[in-house]
Design a protein around this ligand. Structure first.
Ligand SMILES: Cc1cc2nc3c(=O)[nH]c(=O)nc-3n(C[C@H](O)[C@H](O)[C@H](O)COP(=O)(O)OP(=O)(O)OC[C@H]3O[C@@H](n4cnc5c(N)ncnc54)[C@H](O)[C@@H]3O)c2cc1C
Length: 463
């Protein structure tokens, strides 16, 4: 519990209206989009609520809050949009949630440097709109554009619809300003290349806030394309579509969107979008359709991909409308009752199809089925949506939990990783050391050096 004097000090830093202790607020902040129904075996992580929520507006205030917490050993949980799906914002040891929502200013858009300098709490949709005024766009375009923040997406190294051309969010980072666990402010410089020691930005990319709170980021931005061409190729089998996608990338073609999806209703479709200067787009489109045809792909026209593109932020909009900021139980009731899981694993290209076969063997007779297979932006990035078999008997939750654990560890055993886009949170915490080996010892050593009292988002990244 926070003592009265800590609350008073926080109030001095940010004003009484920005220190929330009402049980209603503590409840709605003490979660993200992970529901207990998908937190197989770690449901206990939801037991604890934060002791208070604090809403800083400047880097200086963040530094004051962190210094106070470091002095008194108060756990801190950085909070962006609260849309993570792994429980990264769960206050498993209580303490303070640091809501970055007031740090939402776009400080500079530089059309020459092709960068935008923004505060960490900027919502992606606001960035999209600010960039469009300058004829620019962001390279990171997840489903959750309407609800996720710049620093939250950096801290999970998220993947979006333009990742085939521009890479994940981490690749958009040019420079960061971060408040370290002792209150010091670290800034990296906005240049694209370093050769003087490790690139410190990477200490914070995908680190779920365990090494500090990102207060500002300078990110790469891109010209809005001169030309955009959508295409869809339909395949008889997932394997042939997969081979076509791998061949496109091996040839050096970089579509903006490359998404191969297999589901019952639509069949097996490779969605492609080419963006850029006119001649390049025309050449990439033509050659790509030839490659797809070589693997048995049928050109079924642009419509399906155009619709898919139009709809891509729908789930984010729905979440904003019905769930964002609502009490936990309301969110869980709307979404959490459904037993399902959506896994995003990565393996070397040469292993993916074999991995899929092995997963099918694990699933056979388990009462769990895959309702969608896909690769997203690269053939290595393989996703499966799991659901209970219709009419399956037994405890779905248990079955699903066991199957999920088996397929995740199989990916690790085949040289891959258990998650490429959403982070670890509380959901995958127990499997991280298994995956990283000595690498996890290094993460522990870094944590010990920078945050010896383990105040910064404790209980995450296996720490
Ligand atoms: C409907 C829906 C669709 C989604 N679609 C996608 C998708 O297409 N692609 C994708 O990758 N993900 C997707 N997600 C997941 C989620 O949007 C991402 O994980 C996103 O990156 C989280 O951003 P956020 O601002 O909400 O972060 P939060 O959930 O607030 O935080 C995520 C993690 O980052 C830490 N953090 C937050 N802010 C800071 C900061 N300033 N400094 C340091 N650490 C910080 C938190 O402590 C936490 O560990 C989706 C989620 C939903 C609900």
């Amino acid at each position: 519990m926070l003592n009265r004097s800590a609350i008073e000090t926080l109030t001095k830093f940010v004003g009484a209206e920005n220190v929330l202790t009402d049980p209603y607020d503590l409840d709605r902040y003490s979660a993200d989009a992970l529901t207990p129904s998908r937190a197989f075996g770690v449901e206990g992580a939801f037991d604890r609520l934060a002791d208070a929520v604090v809403r800083p507006a400047t880097t200086e205030q963040v530094s004051q809050i962190v210094s106070l917490a470091a002095g008194e050993g108060i756990p801190l949980v950085p909070y962006g949009g609260g849309t993570g799906v792994m429980g990264g914002t769960l206050p498993v040891r209580g303490g303070l949630i640091v809501d970055m929502g007031r740090m939402n200013r776009i400080l500079q858009v530089n059309v020459t440097d092709l960068t935008a300098e923004v505060e960490g709490g900027v919502v992606l949709q606001d960035l999209v709109e600010a960039l469009a005024v300058h004829g620019l766009m962001s390279g990171h375009d997840p489903y959750s554009v309407p609800i996720a923040t710049v620093a939250g997406t950096i801290s999970t190294n998220g993947v979006g619809y333009r990742a085939a051309a521009f890479g994940p969010m981490g690749q958009q980072v040019v420079a960061l300003e971060v408040v370290l666990p002792d209150g010091r402010v670290l800034s990296t410089r906005p240049v694209p290349k370093y050769s003087s020691g490790p690139i410190l930005n990477y200490l914070f990319i995908g680190s779920e806030g365990v090494f500090g709170i990102i207060t500002k980021a300078t990110i790469r931005v891109y010209r809005l394309p001169e030309s955009s061409v959508f295409a869809t190729s339909s395949f008889e089998t997932f394997d042939r579509g997969f081979e076509a996608a791998a061949e496109l990338l091996a040839l050096g073609i970089r579509p903006t969107l490359l998404d191969l999806t297999e589901e019952e209703e639509e069949g097996i479709l490779l969605h492609l979008l080419f963006e850029g200067y006119q001649e390049g787009v025309a050449a990439d489109h033509k050659r790509s359709m030839q490659v797809c045809a070589r693997f048995g792909g049928q050109d079924v026209g642009p419509e399906s991909t155009e619709n898919y593109w139009q709809d891509r932020h729908r789930s984010g909009e729905n979440y904003k409308e019905a769930m964002l900021g609502r009490p936990r139980q309301v969110r869980w009731d709307r979404w959490g009752g459904r037993s399902f899981d959506y896994l995003h694993l990565a393996l070397p290209v040469s292993q993916v199809l074999d991995y899929r076969k092995k997963c099918e063997a694990i699933l056979a007779g388990s009462g769990v089925r895959v309702v969608e297979y896909s690769i997203w932006s690269r053939p290595e990035l393989f996703s499966m949506m799991l659901s209970p078999e219709p009419g399956a008997k037994g405890d779905f939750q248990d079955n699903m939990g066991q199957v999920v654990e088996q397929v995740l560890t199989l990916a690790q055993d085949m040289g891959g990783i258990m998650e490429y886009c959403h982070g670890v949170g509380v959901k995958l915490n127990h499997l991280l050391a298994r995956e990283l080996g000595v690498g996890h010892d290094v993460i522990r050593d870094l944590k010990q050096a920078l945050d010896p009292a383990n105040i910064m988002n404790p209980g995450k990244l296996g720490l």
